[in-house]
Write a protein that binds this ligand. Structure first.
Ligand code: ADP
Length: 450
């Protein structure tokens, strides 16, 4: 039952109960008609026997029987007996052998030759002859046979009725549950497109499902508002923080220029400068991501030589790499052109390469590849550093996610890869990662050329 859809469950339930009710109603109906049929057979029998009394008269001590007496009206066989039970005139049904005792004015039911009979007797005194018995016999089985036909007909009709009820039930349930399907579809769309502006939009209706859909739409409205407020807040905060951080950086640089500054103070200012730089980096990443969320981040694509840009990005990281005794190798095809946003492309590579260096092994290497395949520019940034544990591979793209805060310095915020992913998406591409803990990682990206 658990695996069945609600539609099927409701249809089965509906069909089951409808069949039950139909069988019950049919049962009562058939039993009532059977009783009605038998009582009408009995009253026909009585009427025929009572009506036959005038068909027999006596003349000169002989009985004269009217030809009507032999007619088989309403299926009733009439016969005449003497007072001591001797058959005189009349008709007996074919196959009827029984001749029970007379029971005046009472209907007897007897079983004979696998057939059931009703028998009705009346004694009557005929002037000039004496007392005789009038007997009427009619077959109950034959009367019931007409009922059997009705039952057979019902038995054939019932499965057809069940199928019909099933089809009607299914269509009706499907129609009723259509709004639920619409709600599910909307939720799926929201998840797939990460777009909270979607609405179920069933309009006004009074039933529970319409109310649910309305409540759902209202909830989405509130959620969207809350998200927008949060995005605005992040954007405002990042914006407001930019100026003070720039001032701190400028002041640090100025202080470091003083010739009379002592080494200890110089070290302290350098720490402040380093922290301020990482703050500035984080603020700029946050600002970009919140603009991207609001659809305000500008993407200016132009026909760029990505081979040159990639080479440049690799060279810029040389100094940082040397500090960790890491060698940077490049395998870049020349003259690869594509429609891309220059600053975004550089940001993407900077992030990937600086991660590879930061999480690289002392004395290790970083490999940067770039080539083209059809309409796609493909590339990879590979290192033989600490790698990423399997359970974190999915999560590294989330904002502020860092695998293990103890394995990096405080300069890392966990925003870099979310930004990289967004940049790849606006270039109609995709990015994946392969990594083994302790062995290294490889980030593989592809971007559309146009
Ligand atoms: P962060 O600013 O912390 O580097 P990212 O979003 O760039 O943030 O990366 C998220 C997390 O993914 C990092 O904290 C790090 O644990 C892991 N990671 C990213 N690149 C690599 C890499 N080349 N090698 C090992 N781990 C990596």
């Amino acid at each position: 039952m658990k695996r069945w859809s609600l539609k099927v469950k409701l249809t089965v339930l509906y069909t089951f109960f409808m069949t039950l009710v139909t069988c019950f109603a049919l049962g009562i109906l058939l039993s009532l008609s059977n009783q009605e049929l038998l009582s009408s057979v009995q009253s026909d029998l009585r009427r025929q026997v009572e009506g036959s009394l005038e068909d027999v008269e006596a003349e000169d001590s002989w009985l004269e029987v009217d030809s009507d007496f032999y007619d088989l009206e309403d299926g009733v066989y009439l016969s005449l007996y003497s007072e001591n039970g001797e058959f005189l005139y009349g008709r007996l049904p074919y196959g009827y052998d029984a001749s029970p005792q007379f029971q005046e004015g009472q209907i007897q039911t007897i079983q004979d030759n696998q057939e059931e009979w009703y028998i009705y007797d009346i004694s009557h005194r005929i002037d000039g002859y004496g007392t005789v018995y009038f007997r009427g016999i009619t077959s109950v089985t034959r009367a019931e046979n007409s009922m059997t036909i009705t039952i057979r007909f019902a038995a054939i009709l019932l499965p057809l009725l069940v199928v019909f009820m099933g089809i009607v039930g299914y269509r009706f349930t499907r129609r009723t549950l259509l709004p639920v399907a619409k709600i599910t579809e909307t939720v799926k769309k929201i998840r797939r497109d990460e777009d909270l502006s979607q609405r179920v939009g069933l309009g006004k209706g009074k039933d529970e499902i319409y109310q649910l859909s309305q409540t759902f739409d209202e909830m989405l409205e509130e959620l969207e508002e809350a998200f927008k407020r949060e995005q605005q807040f992040t954007s405002d905060v990042s914006h407001e923080l930019r100026t003070p951080v720039t001032v701190i950086l400028a002041q640090c640089e100025a202080m470091l220029q003083y010739p009379e500054i002592e080494q200890k103070q110089k070290d302290q200012v350098e720490i402040i400068e380093k922290k301020a730089r990482s703050m500035a980096r984080m603020i700029s990443q946050l600002l970009m991501l919140s603009r991207a969320d609001q659809g305000r981040q500008q993407v200016q694509k132009e026909w760029l030589n990505l081979s040159e840009l990639t080479q440049m990005a690799a060279e810029e990281q040389e100094t940082l790499a040397k500090e960790k005794d890491i060698r940077i190798f490049t395998d870049i095809w020349p003259e690869i052109y594509a429609q891309a946003d220059e600053s975004l492309y550089i940001r993407m590579l900077d992030n990937l390469i600086s991660n590879a260096v930061s999480y690289g092994k002392k004395g290790g290497y970083v490999k940067i590849l770039l080539y083209e395949e059809g309409n796609m520019v493909k590339g990879a940034v590979e290192d033989n550093g600490i790698g990423i544990p399997g359970e974190s591979l999915e999560k590294i793209w989330e904002r502020f996610y860092r695998v293990d805060t103890s394995r990096t310095d405080q300069e890392h915020s966990g925003l870099g890869l979310s930004m990289v992913k967004w940049i790849v998406q606006v270039h109609r591409g995709k990015i994946t990662v392969e990594s083994r803990e302790g062995k290294g990682s490889r980030f593989i990206f592809q971007l559309s050329k146009d």
